[in-house]
Design a protein around this ligand. Structure first.
Ligand code: SF4
Length: 450
């Protein structure tokens, strides 16, 4: 499985801004579980609470919200793609500089962070953490421009790579998306105010209405009076929306990049069925991320969809000593096959992707030991052969099983009776996909920026 890299939220114009940000972070928990935090503004000051762990761990007491007054807030769920996992890198990052106080939350990954870090330290900056976000804050603090929005613009013009970012100051809430548009960032109406978030599932929980996406290269400034100013000062780049957001990362009940995630996943499953049908008795998913694709595969082939795995959602941290317990215990803690459904059946397992190949091999073994006659793997994306440099925690190329092995070799290793991937052309030809240019670098190695 891939791991995601961060969820961001911004609330403008609600007296309960910190609580709304908190609910939004709950909805975005799947995007990062390592740490989280909220910053609000009131009385010309910023207030911060952040810590390591899940939203329910950090915001475990209602009194915490007394420390977060104000009608404007930003929040963040962290999964580290750069930087160590310590508290120092938990966001929001808040600084005080000559322009006053500013805090920011960031989803993405800069590809020029090494040269920015060198430039900053060579010219006297002292860096505390090792995240990209801190670099951005230093660039803002060093800008010679007269106003905070102009300082931000100046700093952002020096960045290369992926960023969907929200800033808060006592005077402004500012959202920006990199000119490639790698990561999603959505704008909604929340009562008389606004909400900005990585995915619209954060809108639903607080009953906000979707307005539109923040566009690639857009900087959207909401001032104290609620006046919105949108502009596009950054150099135009080729659009490269992360197609993996639709395949796996985002929640199926979200709308991102102008499309419903569930709709695209079902179509991926349907297209996979057209490309690689199989004679079988049941179709099952690997919950939760491949549910929609498996349903699409079942609908297209007419093979019944069944609940073949039950997923345990209450795992938290597990301590497994290698060799001490039975084989595959880590997968067994997470998934259990429904034996009555599987026994004596020819089973199609639809999954969204194969990364290292270890989990899927364990799942095939589990389904076979539950009595399946045959197991056919159908993957609703092409083979992942290259690492991501844009904010997704992928292993190295060597660890990606498809970088060195053919589908037939992978099939043999997993112990499945057949294995087919969706083709790249098939994936990109879906009529449901909005007309954007997509980043497909983890499949074809064509990196939009390095
Ligand atoms: S390399 Fe893959 S995961 Fe990374 S941004 Fe591109 S499509 Fe998304």
């Amino acid at each position: 499985m891939f791991k995601e890299g961060c969820g961001v939220i911004g609330i403008w114009g609600n007296s309960d801004a910190s609580r709304l940000a908190y609910f939004g972070l709950y909805a975005l928990q799947h995007r990062g579980q390592e740490g989280c935090g909220i910053v609000t503004t009131s009385s010309n000051k910023l207030h911060i609470v952040k810590g390591k762990g899940l939203v329910s761990d950090v915001f475990c007491d209602d009194k915490i919200f007394d420390r977060l007054p104000g009608s404007v807030a930003i929040g963040h769920n962290r999964y580290s793609t750069t930087g160590e996992k310590g508290y120092r890198n938990v966001q929001p990052i808040l600084i005080r500089f000559r322009g006053g106080e500013i805090a920011c939350v960031h989803n993405g990954n800069l590809v020029n962070s090494a040269s920015l870090r060198k430039y900053l330290t060579d010219t006297g900056s002292v860096l505390r953490g090792d995240s990209d976000t801190e670099l951005i804050m230093h660039l803002i603090a060093r800008s010679g421009k007269p106003t905070v929005p102009e300082m931000l613009e100046d700093a952002l013009s020096k960045l290369q790579g992926a960023y969907s970012i929200i800033f808060i100051t006592p005077d402004y809430l500012i959202a920006a998306r990199d000119p490639h548009g790698f990561r999603p960032l959505e704008l909604g109406k929340l009562g008389h105010g606004y909400i900005i978030a990585s995915e619209t599932c954060a809108f639903d929980i607080v009953e906000a209405e979707y307005i539109r996406e923040i566009k690639p290269g857009e900087i959207l400034v909401i001032d104290k009076d609620g006046k919105i100013n949108s502009h596009f000062p950054l150099e135009k780049r080729r659009e490269a929306f992360c197609i993996f957001e639709l395949i796996y990362f985002s929640r199926p009940d979200s709308k991102i990049f102008d499309v419903n995630v569930d709709k695209v996943r079902r179509d991926l499953g349907r297209r996979l069925a057209v490309e690689s049908p199989v004679d079988a008795d049941i179709v099952i998913s690997v919950p939760d991320s491949s549910n929609s694709a498996a349903l699409g595969y079942a609908q297209e082939t007419g093979i019944p969809f069944e609940i073949g795995f039950i997923r345990n959602h209450y795992i938290g941290r597990t301590f497994i000593k290698p060799g001490q317990l039975e084989r595959d215990i880590d997968a067994k803690i997470k998934y259990n096959p429904v034996k009555g459904v599987i026994k004596k059946k020819r089973v199609v397992i639809v999954d969204d992707s194969i990364v290292r190949g270890t989990t899927i091999s364990k799942l095939v073994r589990m389904i076979k030991s539950a009595g399946a006659k045959e197991v056919h793997l159908r993957i609703s994306s092409p083979p992942i052969r290259f690492p991501c440099f844009y904010g997704v925690d992928t292993p190295t190329k060597e660890e990606l099983i498809a970088s060195s092995k053919s589908p037939d070799e992978i099939c043999k290793l997993t112990g499945a009776d057949s294995l087919k991937y969706l083709s790249l052309e098939g994936m990109l030809s879906l009529s449901t996909l909005p007309e954007h240019s997509w980043c497909t670098a983890c499949f074809d190695g064509k990196y939009p920026v390095l």
